[in-house]
Design a protein around this ligand. Structure first.
Ligand SMILES: *Cc1c(COP(=O)(O)O)cnc(C)c1O
Length: 398
């Protein structure tokens, strides 16, 4: 006995007419991909986007997103990962082997450092931190074991803008001295802030550009994803093989959200950039504020590098308050804000803020004693955000 339509409903003869065209690319969902015959099942290549083999190896939706991100970054190849952090980890795992050493900027995104301090160390892969604002410090920390150098512009939280061409030149010179018999040092760049809009990371001399698509490309604060973009086919193959063996995949609905976000990304980037510059400059003039960190401000560390290399400045600024304000007062300032909500991440529609203890997240000396708050400006009207900052500052200084 079987239900009359059991098989028919699964194996249905109808196929819709071809030629459907719409603004949104289709959302293709698959673990299983069907093959027309055994020959195709045996021979379909999965590594070169010539066809489809299994959901983890790509669908029309993920291929479309990969191609658009590769274009955005000025690269040739893109691999998607389920979060920005997993994209960082993917790069580490693709290029590092036991006995290798990894160099990380002291002011880099924290969870990437934690992976080095946790898993990589346990697997016999060492790491050292360097001062990204000092190319000579990077040069002095390169050793025959160095295999991968991470770069990030600007630094996480403190927003110093490094001289990226000078840093990549240090690595290129070391590679020239190594010669062909030794594996070259690879430079990987966390391009979440520039997002492919403020500059082309490859033109600054990097080999691999990673991005948290969670931030600008999504723009909605509602999806997690990461990307790894390369220009060199060999580097791409290394990333792709590790990606496949780790079983990293992204959901079709998440890819759809990022594809949708990409349509408005450049406009959002410029709008948030404009509001952020406005608010950062205003904040500099407020009582109780010792320092505003934002690469477009002339006294922000690395401003001259930003001016030379970038055509945009994202949505982040950090404020160092007078040390007269104890941490509970600064926490109270953050609590008093109404439009700036408390939360991690950035580049979404809602403005965010979070207090940080800089000395606890880096090894290099930090010149300020007062508390730091990082602001991520959303898409609200700048006048309303300024009024919100003003009312919270009046609470702080009351
Ligand atoms: C958010 C962020 C990441 C990690 O992205 P997730 O998707 O949150 O894992 C990595 N680097 C930078 C600079 C980021 O801001």
């Amino acid at each position: 006995m079987s239900d009359p339509f059991t098989t028919q409903l699964i194996h249905h003869p109808y196929t819709p007419p071809a030629g459907f065209d719409a603004v949104a690319p289709g959302v293709h969902k698959a673990s299983t991909v069907l093959f027309p015959n055994v020959h195709a099942l045996r021979t379909q290549e999965w590594k070169d986007k010539s066809g489809y083999t299994y959901g983890l190896h790509g669908t029309p939706t993920t291929f479309t997103l990969e191609e658009r991100i590769a274009t955005l970054e000025g690269g040739r190849f893109c691999v998607l990962a389920p979060s920005g952090l997993s994209a960082v980890v993917l790069v580490d795992m693709a290029f590092l082997r036991q006995g290798d050493e990894l160099l990380i900027p002291d002011n880099a995104y924290g969870p990437g450092k934690a992976f080095a301090e946790g898993e990589l160390k346990a697997w016999g892969i060492s790491h050292r931190f360097f001062d990204a604002m000092d190319p000579a410090d990077l040069a002095s920390k390169l050793s025959p074991a160095t295999r991968l150098v991470w770069l990030e512009a600007p630094g996480s939280i403190t927003l110093e803008f490094p001289d990226v061409p000078a840093l990549t030149a240090v690595v290129q010179e070391a590679n020239r001295q190594r010669g062909a018999s030794q594996r070259p040092i690879i430079t990987a760049f966390d391009n979440t802030w520039g997002a492919g809009i403020a500059f082309n990371a490859f033109e600054l001399g990097v080999d691999v550009s990673m991005q948290a698509l969670t931030k600008y490309p999504s723009g909605g604060a509602d999806v997690l994803m990461g990307s790894v973009v390369t220009r060199d086919a060999h580097l791409h193959q290394a990333v792709l093989m590790t990606h496949m063996r780790l079983g990293l995949g992204v959901g079709a609905n998440d890819a759809e959200l990022v594809l949708r976000g990409l349509n408005s990304m450049a406009v959002r980037y410029r709008a948030q950039d404009a509001s952020t510059r406005d608010l950062a400059a205003w904040m500099q003039r407020q009582p109780g504020v010792v320092k505003v960190l934002h690469p477009a401000l002339t006294d922000s560390p690395g401003h001259e590098h930003w001016l030379r290399d970038a055509r945009g400045a994202a949505c982040l600024f950090s404020v160092v308050f007078d040390e007269a304000f104890a941490q509970d007062r600064i926490d109270g300032f953050c609590d008093a804000l109404q439009l700036f909500r408390l939360g991690w991440s950035w580049a979404g529609p809602v403005s965010l803020c979070a207090p940080y203890n800089v000395s606890s997240i880096r090894t290099a000396p930090w010149p300020y004693k007062g508390g730091l708050v990082r602001f991520a400006v959303g898409l609200e009207a700048a006048d309303d955000l300024r009024a919100d900052l003003a009312q919270a500052l009046s609470v702080l200084t009351a």
